[in-house]
Design a protein around this ligand. Sequence first.
Ligand code: IMP
Length: 895
Amino acid sequence: MSSEQQLPTRQRRPSATAPIVDIQGSVGPAGVTRPKHRRTFTGFGAQEIKGVEASIPEHMREAWLKHQASGFQNKEQFEKEVVRHVETTLARSMFNCDETAAYAATSLAFRDRLIIEWNRTQQRQTFADSKRVYYLSLEFLMGRALDNAMLNIGEKEVAQNGLSELGFRVEDIISQEHDAALGNGGLGRLAACFLDSLASLNYPAWGYGLRYRYGIFKQEIIDGYQVEVPDYWLDFNPWEFPRHDVTVDIQFYGNVSKTTDESGKVTAHWQGGELVRAVAYDVPIPGYATPSTNNLRLWSSQASGGEFDFQKFNNGDYESSVADQQRAETISAVLYPNDNLDRGKELRLKQQYFWVAASLYDIVRRFKKTKRAWREFPDQVAIQLNDTHPTLAIVELQRILIDLEGLDWDDAWNIVQQTFGYTNHTVLPEALEKWSVGLFQHLLPRHLQIIYDINLFFLQMVERNFPKDRDMLSRVSIIEESQPKMVRMAYLAIVGSHKVNGVAELHSDLIRTTIFKDFVTIFGPDKFVNVTNGITPRRWLHQANPKLSALIATKTGGPEHFLKDLTLLNKIELSVNDPAFRKEWAAIKLANKQRLADYIKTTTGVVVSPQALFDVQVKRIHEYKRQQMNIFGVIHRYLVLKSMTPEQRKKVLPRVSIFGGKAAPGYWMAKQIIHLINSVGSVVNNDPEIGDALKVIFLEDYNVSKAEIIIPASDISEHISTAGTEASGTSNMKFVLNGGLIIGTCDGANIEITREIGEENIFLFGNLAEDVDDLRHHHTYGQDHKIDPSLDKVFQAIQSGTFGNADDFNGMVAAVREHGDFYLVSDDFHSYLETQELVDKSYADQELWVTKCITSVARMGFFSSDRCINEYAEEIWNVEPLKPETNSGVPKTEL
Ligand code: IMP
């Protein structure tokens, strides 16, 4: 047996004659001799250097080795880098270096630093040749990158000192950055937290998404109404690397023909149509306290074949040649601003196919470099579908395997199923994606054929196994036999994946027992798992709340410990009765509230007292999240205050109700809710009788960087969705982690938060998910739909014009009174008000309140996205971390 045969497949070394290097076109032979000079570098094992080094063409090695030292070492070196970037890269002079230039130069200095580790990580992963995870998400809500890079690399202090010597405050420089807002809400931010955890835990992982020219719109509030303004964020973005050499031409439209060879094998050919070019843009994702730096690859669309069609141009048809180019660019131009709502636009389907086809091409190309057999594909590749948006990847991989690679259907389908995992994010019917068969036929004719075949084989299996349940076939068919016929994307995702997961226990139970019940019967229960969401403590504690992070670090052996293992938070529970710790804790909360009060004053002009109870609801505006119930509660409070004597009012605990969030531009009811909040705010905030007792604030343009200011300042936050509608929620976790308490319904992750922190530390109210159907039924068919008297008074106040033109809010009132109150506001209102009273009483006892807050934070360890990613890795992906300093990636010839 040769030495090569003895090696396990994972470590199989390249043959001596095969080319092993393929970095952006450079190809070199294996077994090259090592240069004489060698250095050992921090964070990159000497063994790894050897492995990678062997892939560098010999004449470049000396220079490459010199380049390997990383880190700024000290502030002088950092300053030197900043000055160099100001004076050369930016072509400015230190003489007129303002904050914008200082931000640009600082970012470029950190980017240089990141990119060295990025390259090393990619090389390490390439040589290790182990399984990689690919996270496909149409949204990545990354927020700002500079602060995150500084903290994850561990060089914020160096930067702070260096910038200070240059005359800048690090906070001012950080706040120059434009948020990368390529997402709507929870789903996109989850993807961003996952990338942070994947890198921090050293998993070989890539994110794949779209590089929208316009991210989520900027929200302006004009006369109390939401106005949408485009968010052009790419003016200066130092965090991306265009890869003009990594391009893929993506096909649309056209037609399909079939040929049969001598053996009778039929092959489909998809021809004609239109080509659009996908160009890769890479964003480095630094892990926390590890050199691992993963990659987020975002695709941008361009006209295929260059700038514009020269043929047309030369024929004098200049306009149409430019129009073609613009049409191609439209694909990645804009993020669809809907959250939990499917609109079925052709361009959206085009975006989806463009993105998954480019990503799969890249993944398959990388796999093919290893020269492995196709059956090994699922041992090397795990692809996670973040919701149904990337479901076409299932069809595309099947197409690649059968049409382009010549595999049999069954072999190919086996590979596909083992490769994919699908995460469901909602049970709301209006959010479940469906596409018309006609649109598919037109845009992706070959894919529609494959979907029909997938469905045929699936239904044949169902028929064989459940011959007595004829109705089941139409219930589970991927094609809905409606007018027009529709492709049900969630069903396709389930059939094409080996695991399907929900994002919190209740949600996973609900999908198993309601929308996907038949599929549990068909595939068995093991295919359906739960992975409760998590958040990264690096951004949501360390970065957003540096003072609290520092205080916690004093009890947990330093930030690098609890930020890597969040369960260590439990150590602070030992200090819950320590007066010095408690005092410091309360002082930090007050300082965070003062920071938010200052921000409120600068942005809205309203002065709020940091001594008041800060009550926060920030999230997308949606009827199921029930901001309307919150504002009705605020109106109730206002009416009660108005009915008091001045003496009575003085005794009331002051409260600031803070709202923030965007409404989808076409979602009329959500826009009404924003308008009502603002109208109530302008009445209440200007009512001299009320003073500090109540203030109502709507913060414009809620986004990730604003969340970092708002969340640490909250005393109580509202997570009050109709039970059974919010899949998980993740802001609930962020608020508690920052020492705020929750008022919430028994929904999503609120339930598990309660289990972890204890019932005595959360304010739960409202009907349970199991009662929702009955209540709705009663509203529609029962005779006695009574509105709670307090809610009735609120409606009367609205309708009498207390908050401006009553007609503006008719729809909101009618939704409850006349249209069946689908979100059960009237059913939960009474218990909501009672619970708010309890909040007031509890807050009045500050000693007990602080105890609740400290205890809750101590018990939040479970909600780290690190735990969550480890669960995905173990239960769904079957991948292992690849730690720096290992030998696994080193070709054996070099050891
Ligand atoms: P890809 O896997 O071909 O997309 O390459 C991504 C990155 O991995 C490259 O930019 C390199 O940093 C690294 N890489 C890929 N293949 C090689 C190789 O053969 N030698 C060294 N580095 C590689």
